[in-house]
Every structure is written in C-alpha cells, then in structure tokens.
Design a binder for this molecule. Structure first.
Ligand code: HSE
Length: 308
C-alpha cells in the first residue's frame, strides 16, 4: 500500500443558477493541492501551507471533519498527516470548503485501496460542509469528487446523477468582498409561491434536458432563477450589470456561483468566454472593487492524483 498521496481538488460552481443545492459543476481552474500521508501515530494532524489562517484542529477544519467521518467508519486505528495548500480562496463561492473536504477523503480512500464508494466519500465530505456553513449540502462536493456536471436528486438517502453536457467554457469573476455562505442562506425566504416554484421547476428540468441533449439554446433559456438570485444578488455590487452585459455579448447565461460573491457565465466557445471576462473586469474596475478572474472549462475528472 502506498503511504503518501498528492491530489488536486477542483473549484466548483454550485446551484448552476436555478438548481439551488441540487446542481453543480467542476472547474479546471483553480484547484487546491493536498498531500496525505499514512502515519504509525493514530489520529489526524493538519497543516496549512497557505496564509488563510484556517483552523488546524481536525473537528473545526472542513477537511478534518470529513476525514474524521471516514476514519470513524473505518473502525480500525489509522493515522494521517494532512498538508493543505489552498488556491481556492475561502468564502469565494467557488466551493473552497468542498475542495478541502472532498480532496481529503478521496486521497484517504486511494491510500486505503479504494475501500469506499464515491457515494460514501460524498457522505463523509458533507461533514466538512456542515462545519463550513452549518448545512450538509452536496452540490459542490459531488462535482468535485465525480467531475463534470452533477445532479443531487436527494441527500436522504443520497441519489447522485452524473449529467452529460456539451463543451462549456466558463468565465468566473471573484470580487474580493466577503459573503459568508451561512449569511447568504440566512437571508433566503423560507416560503416559495407556487407560481415561482412552477417557473423554477421548468428551468431546472430544461437545464438538465439541455445538458443531456447538448442543446445550447435550451441551456441558455433555462439559466434563470426566480427564487434565490433576486434575494442574494443584493449582496453583490455590479451583479445585474455584469449579467446583462455578458448575455448581450453572447454568453449562454450564468449567475451567482454558489452563495457568491463570485459570478459565473457559461459560454459556447473560448472567444466569447474571453469577451465576457473583459466585460466583468470593466464593471469591477468602474466600481473600484478588486477582483480575480478565471477563464476555464468543465473539469471532467474531479479530484485527481498528482504524480511528481
Ligand atoms: N448550494 C449552496 C448555497 C452552495 O447556495 O448555499 C454554497 O456554496
């Protein structure tokens, strides 16, 4: 059995506009890097090489909580040393906590010879999401582990569907402001009007059908959220302008990435994705908020081993 595993864990876009808590996709860039090593000393020790000052006490660390859940189910003494180098900024809306949680359990499972199923790993990693936001949502973790575009039909019990999709170029802007997932969930209305629900169901079904049929126009029409976005977008200065101008420039559509503040747009080709990036930059230059952008594609592999 190998004693050390180095992996990359990708950023993810959760919700995909209308699929709150049930749809997500993995990105090729950015990715966290993690190294997990088996140790003769039982227990879990965590070290960060980045400057984010994240907790290293396993129970308080998202990767730690996920690994502890796996170790508990293993029911045999095991020791791990985990080193995390985060490139996905915490609080970006790009699935930073999911990358840590998913990366840790996938690496452990590889070291253990693949004892657990993908579904088990999602279940373990959801404990990390609980530490991060207070809620065990799986829409970042699932694409992070499986890659591609994923649907979480249910979490009790877990029911995961991997969706086919046409080639998609993704543009992301991360305005350097803080939106905590817990706050972005807190402000949501608890009741939905039937009229809105019907429109949302149509969009979710249309989006899934659009991915499966590789129908860009159907994808574009279905990228509409009448429930969450109108509330959350208030937290993101420039959101409405970014969205409208990017769609006018040829983007298929997009919206808030996860709980924000990042905004993403799906595009048919790289040329449009680059145009969209320029528009996003222009909006935030004018507003005067620092930002980081990514022009990337859908990551079809999810967490993967790095051999060096
Ligand atoms: N579905 C979650 C939310 C994702 O929107 O709150 C958080 O990244």
């Amino acid at each position: 059995m190998s004693k050390r595993m180095k992996i990359s864990a990708p950023a993810t876009v959760a919700n995909l506009v209308c699929g709150f808590d049930i749809l997500g996709l993995a990105l090729e860039d950015p990715c966290d890097i993690m190294e997990l090593e088996c140790s003769d000393e039982p227990g879990l020790r965590i070290r960060h090489t980045d400057n984010y000052a994240l907790p290293v006490v396993p129970e308080l660390n998202v990767a730690g909580a996920a690994l502890l859940a796996l170790m508990e189910e293993l029911q045999e003494p095991v020791g791990f040393d985990l080193t995390i180098t985060k490139c996905i900024k915490p609080g970006s809306g790009l699935g930073s906590s999911a990358a840590s949680s998913a990366g840790a359990v996938v690496a452990a499972n590889k070291l253990l010879g693949g004892r657990f199923s993908g579904m088990d790993l999602v279940r373990f990693a959801m404990n990390g999401e609980k530490v991060a936001s207070g809620v065990k949502h799986a829409d970042n973790i699932t694409p992070c582990i499986y890659g591609g575009v994923t649907l979480i039909r249910a979490i009790h019990p877990l029911d995961i569907v991997q969706l086919e999709a046409p080639p998609l170029h993704v543009t992301v802007i991360h305005p350097q402001i803080e939106v905590r997932t817990s706050d972005a969930r807190q402000i949501l209305r608890k009741e939905v009007q039937l009229k809105q629900a019907i429109r949302q169901w149509g969009n979710i079904a249309g989006l899934v059908a659009g991915f499966m049929k590789k129908d860009y126009d159907l994808i574009s029409r279905s990228l509409e959220d009448v429930i969450i976005e109108p509330v959350r977008s208030i937290l993101i200065p420039g959101f409405a302008e970014v969205k409208q101008r990017c769609i006018d420039a040829g983007a298929l559509g997009g919206g808030i990435s996860g709980s924000g503040p990042s905004i993403f747009m799906l595009n048919r080709d790289e040329e449009t994705a680059r145009k969209v990036e320029a528009i996003m930059k222009d909006v935030y230059e004018k507003i005067g908020i620092d930002y980081k952008t990514y022009v990337t594609k859908v990551n079809m592999e999810g967490v993967k081993e790095i051999r060096d």
